[in-house]
Design a protein around this ligand. Structure first.
Ligand SMILES: Cc1cc2nc3c(=O)[nH]c(=O)nc-3n(C[C@H](O)[C@H](O)[C@H](O)COP(=O)(O)OP(=O)(O)OC[C@H]3O[C@@H](n4cnc5c(N)ncnc54)[C@H](O)[C@@H]3O)c2cc1C
Length: 307
């Protein structure tokens, strides 16, 4: 019972968590951010669809700027991992490990915000993270499809899902292919659609790493043909980072993402969620917007600040 108590614990220090920290600090709420350093934003070579950054901004630079902004409000940002959150007597008992000294600590929080994002499933190649940071592996047509115009692009993943992404990609470019190990799973109709849209179907394939920072990525198909691409979009799905919810009966959708109401409240009293962890459009401006809404709701739900 001697553990410190804060108004709100924020799990995750990506765009959602850092925005919530900013808002809550400005509402004069005591807040702590705990982040284990795997923000999807850290993989982004350059964000071009965030209003206000006309030349774009590198994802890590954006995170640094966001962190610096909350430093002015003395919000502690702990590098570590929250291991459990448990409800006890109307508040949350949070256990976390800190990277700095490998210690395990706990605190009480009146409210909790899950801004813990998702993890993309990367293709099983050693350099997947580096290739992503160089923009050769990409994950989001909404984010960078515009820049793919005139480029040779492939979707890598289960055939049907890869084809559906490839069809979306025809908005941007002519040279679109599907690389899949299960092309046999495609229906006649899907094959006809691929042919009509001139989408190449490539059986299996082994990615070859470029030995410089330049494209192309080379892929050998099962029949020995070699194909070159400027970028490959793995469509292998993602993992919700929701292991913390094991203590709760929080409503989730069929993808495992957290369901919230319009104020970002989960089905558990006092527990909120924002950003990619919630099944919405996985975009920075959405994560930031949801964090602002959650912060307002959290502030309103707490007793008035002491004068
Ligand atoms: C390659 C790539 C390119 C992208 N390009 C764009 C783009 O151009 N424009 C755009 O708008 N969006 C883009 N996105 C999407 C964007 O990165 C995400 O929408 C955004 O980062 C979501 O923010 P978030 O705070 O919800 O989650 P994240 O940024 O993923 O942050 C979640 C944080 O929570 C931490 N965490 C998870 N569990 C725990 C735990 N138990 N304890 C402590 N910490 C925990 C994680 O380590 C992580 O640091 C891109 C994504 C990728 C992968």
């Amino acid at each position: 019972m001697n553990d410190p108590i804060v108004d709100c614990i924020i799990v995750g220090g990506g765009p959602a968590g850092l925005t919530a920290a900013l808002y809550l600090a400005r509402f004069r709420r005591s807040t702590i951010v705990i982040d284990d350093g795997h923000s999807r934003a850290s993989l982004i070579p350059i964000v071009r669809n965030l209003a206000g950054f006309e030349g774009g901004i590198n994802g890590n630079e954006l995170l640094v700027k966001m962190r610096r902004q909350i430093e002015c409000y003395d919000v502690p940002v702990v590098e570590g991992r929250v291991t459990t959150i448990r409800e006890t007597d109307g508040r949350f008992l949070v256990q976390y490990g800190s990277n700095s000294d490998s210690s395990s600590r706990s605190l009480f929080a009146r409210r909790a915000l899950l801004a813990c994002g998702i993890r993309d499933r990367l293709p099983p190649i050693d350099e997947a993270v580096r290739l992503t940071q160089r923009g050769l592996l990409r994950f989001c047509a909404i984010c960078d499809g515009f820049e793919a115009q005139g480029k040779r692009i492939a979707m890598l993943g289960p055939a049907s899902r890869a084809l559906s992404h490839a069809l979306f990609f025809r908005t941007f470019c002519q040279h679109v292919a599907v690389i899949a190990s299960d092309l046999d799973a495609l229906t006649q109709q899907e094959r006809a659609l691929a042919a009509e849209q001139a989408i190449d179907l490539i059986a299996n394939g082994t990615l070859e790493l470029p030995n410089s920072t330049e494209a192309p990525l080379r892929v050998a198909s099962r029949n020995g043909h070699r194909h070159a691409f400027d970028a490959i979009y793995p469509v292998l799905g993602c993992l919700a980072q929701t292991d913390l919810l094991s203590e709760f009966d929080v409503q989730r959708d069929s993808d495992g993402m957290i369901v919230t109401d319009k104020d970002q409240r989960t089905s558990e009293d006092g527990l909120y969620a924002a950003g990619d962890a919630v099944n919405s459009l996985n975009q920075i401006c959405v994560a930031v917007g949801e964090a602002a809404i959650a912060s307002m709701a959290i502030h309103r739900s707490l007793p008035a600040n002491p004068l």
